[in-house]
Design a binder for this molecule. Structure first.
Ligand SMILES: Cc1cc2nc3c(=O)[nH]c(=O)nc-3n(C[C@H](O)[C@H](O)[C@H](O)COP(=O)(O)OP(=O)(O)OC[C@H]3O[C@@H](n4cnc5c(N)ncnc54)[C@H](O)[C@@H]3O)c2cc1C
Length: 389
């Protein structure tokens, strides 16, 4: 139970007080819980409840909880707009020169140490600090003139915490299609938050000089989708190797044992305790269409399969939901239980809602702060009730 123990250790290590002051620095007290949150192992509400149990004051956890709310906000927007988040939301991205990825970004050789080091870590480990994500998106979209979509897919593919809602909407936020203006930064700012001391680079100028600046030579060569997303689909070698290594059972129609209820797991829901009050056969559904649209790198495949290995008696079904339905017909009347998610809209069966930070704050909101205002009010109320005043 490596992951179960790791989650407990990461929760225990949250330094909520220091978080607010240091989270923008790459050495800051960030939790690194992202991969577990994005893969559905841990919910934002469970983290909030855990923090409450440690006896913190509301003010002490304020900064951390507000970031958790960003996650829920992006999920609500994704629920509301569906595939609409795949296109520019508030008008076309301005200054687009191409729809590819600057080759130097994809390789982590853009010449800005604080960004390059982060990208190289991303490519090998699947982690990138939030500020380095913003810097990378800024260089890519607002300096090199790339449209945000393919670069977002590239970053998502490598992130262990890849979540298309947070990812696409953050890229759109930086590129100015889901915000009021494009995000801009310069060398001085990057040096401060990444603890580098570079001078004389193409970013070592005042902010005003960067808006509308020509594309730096190093960012001019570009690479297309086949070079930045060369990953196998979920029926191919990387998956089979990982599944075999973890000793997971692939669905076999001859030997499959199915109870009258199936609980579905997928890339976004890998919690061993999901629907635990509903006994049934547990199936990990890997739909080729999902991974064709949102490809992932091999280290993400390994991570996800190792998480799945902690779900008892799991069977792995590689195929579309419709094919699973057909396969289940030979077992008589089978209830399918799954979690609500924008990528699960074609599932049929019993839908379980997600475990939101503030479940009653529903709907779509025009901005994060209009959403946060309501979430904060609800959490403060809950906090007071629990503390008894
Ligand atoms: C261009 C870009 C792409 C991004 N892509 C993703 C993505 O694919 N998946 C993803 O989960 N997040 C994404 N983020 C948001 C954020 O960078 C990560 O959630 C965060 O860095 C994860 O690290 P952590 O677990 O240490 O977070 P912490 O800072 O410790 O925060 C705790 C949790 O709060 C949530 N959270 C924190 N900051 C944010 C934020 N700004 N937006 C949304 N949720 C947040 C995450 O679930 C995180 O695990 C992206 C941000 C940018 C700018």
């Amino acid at each position: 139970m490596i992951h179960t123990e790791k989650v407990q250790a990461l929760l225990a290590a949250i330094d909520a007080k220091r978080y607010g002051k240091t989270r923008n620095y790459i050495s800051g007290s960030v939790s690194e819980l992202g991969p577990y949150v994005s893969r559905g192992v841990l919910t934002t509400r469970q983290i909030w409840t855990y923090l409450l149990s440690r006896g913190h004051s509301f003010e002490e956890v304020f900064g951390f909880v507000q970031q958790l709310a960003w996650r829920d906000f992006f999920q609500r927007v994704w629920m509301g707009l569906g595939d609409g988040i795949n296109a520019d939301i508030r008008g076309d991205q301005q200054g687009v020169k191409h729809t590819a990825v600057p080759a130097a970004i994809a390789a982590g050789t853009a010449g800005i140490e604080g960004i390059d080091v982060g990208i190289q870590r991303l490519l090998t480990t699947g982690y990138l600090h939030n500020h380095q994500r913003m810097y990378t998106a800024f260089l890519t979209c607002n300096l090199a003139g790339a449209h945000w979509k393919l670069p977002a897919h590239w970053m998502y593919a490598h992130l262990l915490d890849g979540d298309w809602g947070s990812n696409a909407l953050s890229w759109q936020w930086v590129a100015g299609t889901f915000s009021n203006k494009k995000y801009i930064t310069n060398q001085e700012n990057i040096n401060r938050y990444t603890h580098t001391h570079q001078r004389g680079t193409y970013l070592d100028v005042e902010y005003e000089q960067l808006a509308g600046a020509p594309v730096p030579g190093v960012l001019e060569p570009t690479v297309e989708a086949d070079a930045v997303l060369p990953f196998s689909d979920c029926d191919a070698a990387a998956w089979h190797k990982a599944i075999e290594k973890q000793g997971l059972r692939l669905w076999d129609p001859q030997s499959a044992v199915i109870e009258n209820r199936v609980v579905l797991h997928n890339y976004y829901q890998l919690s061993p305790s999901f629907a635990s009050e509903m006994p049934g056969t547990r199936i990990l559904l890997l739909e080729p269409s999902v991974f064709a649209q949102y490809p992932i790198a091999d280290h993400c495949v390994d991570f996800v399969v190792s998480l799945a290995a902690e779900i008892p008696d799991l069977q792995v079904f590689v195929g579309e939901f419709g094919a699973l339905q057909t396969a289940l017909r030979s077992f008589g009347e089978v209830e399918i239980v799954y979690q609500e998610h924008p990528l699960n809209r074609h599932y049929k069966g019993t839908e379980i809602p997600r475990d939101w930070l503030a479940p009653e704050v529903e709907g779509t909101f025009s901005s994060f702060f209009s959403y946060w205002k309501k979430v904060e009010k609800s959490l403060r109320k809950e906090y007071k009730e629990i503390r008894g005043y």
